[in-house]
Design a protein around this ligand. Structure first.
Ligand code: UD2
Length: 336
């Protein structure tokens, strides 16, 4: 996986700032960039991130690679922390967020503070520090319900949750502030993989289901199980971030980042149960149904050809491969 990525970085050592460095996606970015010989400064407030993620991210690195990492405990809601993080960096990868559709309904103000004000603090700090590029996590949620259409980046946006409103607002701010900074917004589909927090009720469906199954509990399916999602393995999201950061394009571009293939929740569960049985020799509990969740999108299927063409982004893990590694981590606590 690191091979094609290292091509773009041969002979260059950049200084990268990563917000949410102790979180799920952020810690994978820390790991891959240090392994590629880069200088990394990470920031996290440990609201949902953990030192365990950082330990896991750095445990297989050499001492030399590990020495190139600096960590700042700080909060994106504090402009001073953002300025300290961005001082002297070349590239900013902004991953910190309050990541949950249901949580954004429960606490829309906190959603706005983290996902809009916090975003703006990081963007303005990146500009002020003279960084050359800024890549941020947007979301498929900005599209809202597009029916069964395959969505391209120019589809109209129709946010259905405070979380989606925040991500859409971030895209609008990026449009406005992109004069002397290359900015890329990555509309993540549904990201999964090792280190996705299994203990939070707000976490992604795969981590919640795997942790329930591992404890012998039934996974809960909200709705009829026919919602569709494009599940993207975290290492492919790392690939997209690095390629977007090195891409010199228009001042602000948005890209769909997924596999290009969607599955229903029922199909997802049957692959998980099958792999779980193969690996453990045990039968995984069957799913149980609960009402549809507020603000949920029914179908999510995105066209990734813009990222393929412009960034040379190529998803390398299909659902089975990604789940295989994720189950290993959840069940056997092995990193994938
Ligand atoms: C949205 C975004 C995603 C990301 C995420 C952050 C879309 C299409 N995707 O993901 O890009 O930004 O928000 O949170 O908008 N579910 C169950 N049982 C459970 C948990 C979830 O059935 O125990 C269902 C849930 O109702 C939904 C699907 O699984 O239909 C995925 O839910 P999720 O919370 O993992 O992510 P989602 O789609 O809200």
């Amino acid at each position: 996986m690191l091979e094609p990525l290292s091509q773009g970085l041969i002979g260059s050592r950049f200084r990268w700032a990563i917000t949410g460095a102790a979180g799920f996606v952020g810690s994978h970015l820390v790991e891959s960039l240090l392994a590629l010989g880069q200088e990394v400064v990470g920031m996290d407030n440990f609201l949902s991130g953990s030192t365990k993620n950082l330990e896991e991210a750095t445990e297989k690195l050499t001492d030399d690679q590990r020495r190139r990492f600096t960590f700042i405990e700080g909060d994106i809601r504090n402009p001073e922390d953002c300025l300290a993080l961005c001082r002297g960096v070349d590239i900013v990868l902004h991953q910190a967020a309050l990541v949950s559709v249901p949580r954004s309904f429960e606490d829309p103000l906190l959603n706005n503070q983290c996902n809009v004000d916090g975003f703006l603090n990081v963007l303005l700090a990146a500009k002020k520090s003279g960084a050359r590029s800024f890549v941020y996590a947007s979301s498929a949620a900005v599209y809202g319900d597009g029916g069964e259409k395959i969505l391209t980046e120019d589809a109209s946006l129709n946010p259905k949750s405070p979380y989606a409103v925040a991500k859409m607002t971030d895209e609008l701010y990026s449009q406005v502030f992109a004069s002397d900074l290359n900015i890329a917004g990555l509309r993540y589909m549904n990201v999964y993989g090792p280190r996705q927090d299994p203990t939070s009720p707000y976490s992604g469906v795969i981590s919640i289901w795997l942790s329930r199954i591992a404890q012998g509990q039934q996974p809960v399916i909200f709705g009829d199980g026919k919602n569709t999602r494009d599940f993207i393995y975290v290492k492919d999201v790392v690939q997209a971030n690095i390629k977007a950061a090195l891409f010199k394009g228009e001042k602000h571009e948005v890209f769909n980042i997924g596999t290009g293939h969607s599955v229903t929740l029922l199909d997802l569960l049957s692959v998980i149960r099958e792999l779980y049985s193969e690996k453990t020799g045990k039968v995984a509990p069957e799913g149980t149904f609960a009402p549809f969740r507020e603000g949920d999108i029914r179908y999510s299927k995105a066209d990734i050809s813009k990222a393929e063409k412009m960034l040379n982004y190529k998803p390398t893990y299909d659902l089975r491969e990604g789940l295989d590694r994720t189950i290993d981590w959840f069940i056997f606590q092995r990193t994938g």
